[in-house]
Design a protein around this ligand. Sequence first.
Ligand code: FE2
Ligand code: FE2
Length: 359
Amino acid sequence: MATQSKISPEEMEQFYENSKLAGVKPGWLGRGSQPPPKTQPFLWRWSDVRPLVHRSGEIVTPDRDVERRTMRLSNPGLDYGTTHTITAALQLLLPGECAPAHRHTPTAIRWVLEGEGVSTTVEGDKCYMERGDLVLTPSWTWHDHNSEGDGPMIWLDGLDVPLIQSLDANFYEAFPEDQQPVTGVGESEKKYAAGALRPAWESPNAPYSPLWHYKWERTYDALYRLAQVDASPFDDVALEFSDPATGGSVLRTLACWIQMLRPGVKGKAHRHTTSKVYQVFEGEGYTIIDGQRFNWTRGDFFVVPSWSWHEHGNESEQEAILFSIQDNPVMKTLALLKEEAYEENSGHQPVTEVFSGAR
Ligand SMILES: [Fe+2]
Ligand SMILES: [Fe+2]
C-alpha cells in the first residue's frame, strides 16, 4: 500500500485508531477481498425429506402459533434460505385442517406435489389444488389453505423472503378469522388462463399476474406442443409461466419455469446471475454444477447458485420434468441479468466430483 512519505507509522496507527473511534473505515483497507457467494449447489432427496414432512403432521398443528406446518430446504452455505434470495419449503396439510388466513409483503408460489382436496383462497378466490398445479399468492394478498380431502396434501412453497429481509421490507398481518370470506371459486383461472385471450374491457395493472392458478393439464399440454417445434440447447423444452396481462414473469421478484428434458438429451452448460431452486416433478437425470454431478430422481430438489456453470441431461428412456423457481425478474429489473455459454469441450464441463448427499 502506498502511503504519503511524510506520514510516520505512529501517525498512521493513530489515524486508524481515530477512524475507528469515529465509526468510519478507510475504504482502501480490504479492497479486492469481497466475500464469495454463500449459496452452495445442493440436492435434497425426496426419500429423505418426505418421511419427515409426513412425520411433522404428528408433531404440530397449523394453529395460530404454528401458522404453517413447513419444512424448509436449508442451504448449507446460508444461515437462512435455499438460495440467497429464495426460500423453499414443503408444507403439509391434513384432512379438515386450515392454515389460517394472513398476508405478507414476501411473495409466494405453491407447487403441488401430492394429495388432493386442498384449496388455497387468494383474495377471496378459492383455488382447488391438484398435483402439478401452480398457485400464486402475490405480495400482500390474503391467503389461507383449507383441506376438504380425506388424505394429506404436500406442496412446495417458494418465497422471496431472504431478498425482502435484506431490503428491510418484511411486513405481516393476520386476518381476523381463520378463513377469509370466499367470493368466488376458480375465478382467476376462468378469466385469465386462456393466456392469449383475456377480458377485453380490463386493463390489469396489479404488480403481479391476475392469473393465480396454473392448472397442470394446461401446463403439460403447452410443454408437449412446444416439444414438437422447438427447444433450447441449454434447457431443452422449457416454458416460463407468464403473466397473461404483460407476457412477463408471474411475479415481480420470482419467475417459475417448467421444463421437459427428453430421453437422451444432453443440454449444454451455461451460467447466469439468476439463482434457481428445482423440483424434479417426473423422471430422472443429472445436473452438473461447477463440475459436480448431481444425479436426481422424481421428487428431489436441487439448487443452482448464481453464476455457476450448469448443464442438465437425461440418460433415461423416459421424459424428465423439472419445475423451478428463480429470481431473474429481480436481476432483469436491476439490469444485473448476465448470461454466458460454456464454450469449451463442445459446451460440456469435465465432471470432477459426484454429489453424495453427505454434509
Ligand atoms: Fe403466507
Ligand atoms: Fe440455466
